[in-house]
Design a protein around this ligand. Structure first.
Ligand SMILES: Nc1ncnc2c1ncn2[C@@H]1O[C@H](COP(=O)(O)OP(=O)(O)O)[C@@H](O)[C@H]1O
Ligand SMILES: [Mg+2]
Length: 224
């Protein structure tokens, strides 16, 4: 399988005053197209920090992340949003939907950021909600959706614009077991039918069952 992300000896140090935390310590890892990679590890082991560096939300302190062959270390901070838009869809534990926007509008926001015209983004946002089984909830606000439905909207949003990589940070942590299973099923389907790379952080045994590969982080280091 072809590589889409290469993480090369990446370290992230957080420094605030006298406090210095090495959150991720010399990690090297590759993510291939079409694979579901699971990252496990105890709380505070650096999982979110690692995912944020993969997704070009955070700049590594040292080391490099290559996205589709492009080196992120060499880029300026202002160039990162463009890489994020082109390559990544994000799913978070707490859904992160805009409360004042409908399900469809939450998806449209992303398409708008990607520069799509109005007519196309209206049609596509409903199409994307259809793919997660929520066509009939397009006009609902987050407060009127269940946890599982909210997470499915977040998925539709992550898939908007067809990014090659989906990053999911504990996507089932706030869901009941059955709903969590549905959401993980959507992720797997997405990787298989659309050939996407999926990196998922989870403690969920169901995630372990569906992942192609699992890696473990402990104190910021990859356990071999
Ligand atoms: N913005 C930040 N500033 C300072 N320290 C942070 C920050 N984010 C995370 N950390 C610290 O880095 C370590 C790893 O955090 P994190 O990546 O969130 O771990 P995980 O997702 O595995 O729980 C923890 O010790 C955490 O307290
Ligand atoms: Mg975390």
């Amino acid at each position: 399988m072809e590589k889409i992300v290469q993480i090369q000896d990446v370290t992230k140090v957080y420094e605030e005053g006298k406090n210095r935390v090495v959150a991720v310590d010399s990690v090297s890892l590759e993510v291939k197209k079409g694979e579901v990679l699971l990252v496990m590890g105890p709380s505070g082991s650096g999982k979110t920090t690692l995912l944020s560096m993969i997704g070009c939300i955070l700049h590594p302190t040292s080391g490099d992340v290559k996205v589709d062959g492009t080196s992120v270390a060499a880029m300026k901070e202002r160039e990162l949003p463009d890489i994020r838009k082109r390559y990544f869809g994000f799913v978070f534990q707490s859904f992160n939907l805009f409360p004042s926007l409908t399900a469809a509008e939450n998806v449209e926001v992303v398409l708008r950021l990607k520069g799509w015209d109005r007519a196309r983004l209206k049609k596509d946002s409903v199409g994307l909600l259809g793919r997660v089984g929520l066509e009939r909830r397009a006009g609902f606000y987050p407060r009127d959706l269940s946890g599982g439905e909210k997470q499915r909207v977040a998925f539709a949003r992550a898939m908007a614009g067809d990014p090659p990589i989906i990053l999911a940070d504990e996507p089932t942590a706030n869901l009941d077991s059955k709903t969590g299973k549905e959401v993980l099923g959507l992720l797997k389907e997405f990787s298989q039918t659309a050939g996407k790379a999926v990196v998922i952080i989870s403690h969920d045994p169901k995630a372990e069952a569906m992942a192609h590969r699992t890696v473990f982080l402990e104190d910021g280091r990859l356990k071999q």
